[in-house]
Design a protein around this ligand. Structure first.
Ligand code: RP5
Length: 185
């Protein structure tokens, strides 16, 4: 009902506003999956970045070892639900992204969490060292990886969505302008 109301007013909207609402009315295009609630402080950075680009997404805790059936069900049905990119974040023996990738041909981006024991090196190696045949594109450990996973997801989606491509260009311009304007005192 609310969606219908919004549509009825779309005649007054600019083209870019209409494109924006076309994006936000869709089902989740990106799924941000993490192994534990304890990963959320880091992975909220991925969610915030996707929100910044207006990308509809969902964030869920699914563990490859504590809820293996859920991990398998989620990944094997993601494509039919309209998800186009999966981000899988885990720490320690971080097999989550690999397990998700085993059950789908959607692109899976892995984010290794900083761990207490080995500072994330364990998570990095467990995520990045996929044997040939089941790819996981692995980003940096922790927050930079969370942000970059979201930006990578946007870049994938932008291949078929010109408005997202424009937003990515604008993002880079703003980022560069900040560097150029930096004055050290
Ligand atoms: C992994 O184990 C999670 O992704 C998390 O990074 C790590 C620790 O989980 P908790 O013991 O904090 O739930 O499965």
């Amino acid at each position: 009902m609310a969606a219908k109301k919004r549509n009825s007013k779309s005649g007054n909207k600019s083209k870019s506003q209409n494109q924006q609402s076309a994006i936000s009315n869709q089902r989740s295009l990106v799924a941000v999956i993490m192994g534990s609630q304890s990963d959320w402080d880091t992975m909220r950075n991925a969610s915030e970045t996707l929100t910044q680009f207006g990308v509809p997404h969902e964030c869920k805790v699914i563990s490859a070892h504590r809820s293996p059936a859920l991990a398998s069900d989620f990944a094997s049905t993601a494509e039919q639900r309209g998800v186009e990119v999966i981000i899988g974040a885990a720490g320690g023996a971080a097999h989550l992204a690999g397990v998700l990738a085993a059950h789908t041909t959607l692109p899976v981006l892995g984010v290794p969490m900083r761990s207490e024991a080995l500072n994330g090196l364990d998570s990095l190696l467990a995520t990045v060292q996929m044997p040939g045949g089941i790819p996981v594109a692995t980003l940096a450990i922790g927050k930079p990886g969370a942000v970059n996973a979201a930006l990578f997801a946007v870049a994938i989606l932008a291949n078929s969505r010109p408005e997202l491509r424009r937003k990515l260009h604008r993002f880079r311009e703003v980022q560069e302008a900040k560097i150029r304007a930096t004055v050290l005192t």
